[in-house]
Design a protein around this ligand. Structure first.
Ligand code: 2HA
Ligand code: ZN
Length: 269
């Protein structure tokens, strides 16, 4: 099977990062069945030959108009595809799409006509927002991390920054490597524009946002970095749960220790 990745090591490296991350999501138990999505803005690795490649799908609606995405290219996990399969064969379980000049439609151009993720409106709206704000972030990951999702079944943790402060206080690395914390979005229908809009509002203040009783949405420069932010937060959730399982409420780092961390690592808040 001929692939768009052949002879394009930079593009192939980016897609291989997606495959590696998909494997981690499956191994962690965060990607049951077709759970989760990954999209990467790969426009900077697109050459003239790719720009001239014909569509291999009909013209499809995004569901919204996203002016900053004109002429952009994305790798998207396929709808109903499994992360565990994507880990082995990223171009059979995802595809490369081109956003058309009306900024409201797209076509699939490679390798196969695999339809993109059901969360495409939220993912592409987020990429539009990232470009609009001059962000260097190019990757977005949606996944179902067990312990973090479990926390959203408790009202207290849905209040602004309550979960963030608790998670930061479990182990110093969490604040260092997820310095903007965890934003919380009240339950919305998966795949809806309402969820996309709420996600964008929260991304102004956070790199990782929680969709209540569903999963997280994370953005960063590349897919590995986005995964790492979720991983450190979920590690903290595991330490919290381990303490509770040992029969006590964990003490958490003190306010003074948190302040010291923020100064030492030049963290924002
Ligand atoms: O695409 O996780 O929220 C699978 C999902 C949708
Ligand atoms: Zn989901």
């Amino acid at each position: 099977m001929k692939t768009i990745l052949e002879g394009r090591p930079r593009l192939a490296a980016e897609i291989n990062k997606v495959a590696e991350t998909a494997g981690y999501l499956w191994q962690k138990g965060w990607a049951e069945r077709n759970g989760g999505n990954i999209t990467v803005n790969i426009t900077e690795w697109i050459d003239e030959t790719i720009r001239e490649m014909p569509a291999i799908s009909n013209v499809l609606p995004i569901g919204t108009t996203l002016p900053l995405l004109k002429g952009c290219y994305f790798y998207c996990k396929g709808t109903n595809k499994r992360m565990r399969d994507l880990a082995r064969a990223p171009m059979e379980n995802g595809s490369v799409i081109r956003i058309l000049d009306d900024c409201a439609h797209y076509v699939i151009i490679a390798d196969q006509p695999v339809l993109p993720t059901s969360e495409l409106p939220s993912h592409l709206s987020v990429h539009n927002y990232l470009l609009e704000t001059g962000s260097p972030y190019r990757a977005s990951v949606h996944t179902h991390p067990i312990e973090l999702v479990a926390m959203t079944h408790c009202r207290r943790f849905l209040e602004k920054d309550v979960a963030t402060r608790l998670l930061w206080s479990m182990i110093p690395e969490t604040k260092a490597f997820c310095p903007r914390g965890l934003g919380i979005i009240p339950y919305q229908l998966p795949g809806s524009m309402a969820l996309a809009e709420a996600t964008i509002r929260e991304l102004a203040d956070y790199d990782v946002v929680m969709w209540e009783k569903h999963g997280v949405f994370a953005v960063d420069t590349d897919v590995m970095a986005a995964f790492d932010q979720v991983d450190v937060l979920n590690k903290s959730a595991l330490i919290y749960i381990a303490s509770k399982n040992m029969g006590f409420e964990p003490e958490g780092m003190s306010e003074e220790q948190m302040r010291e961390m923020s100064i030492a690592f030049h963290l924002p808040k």
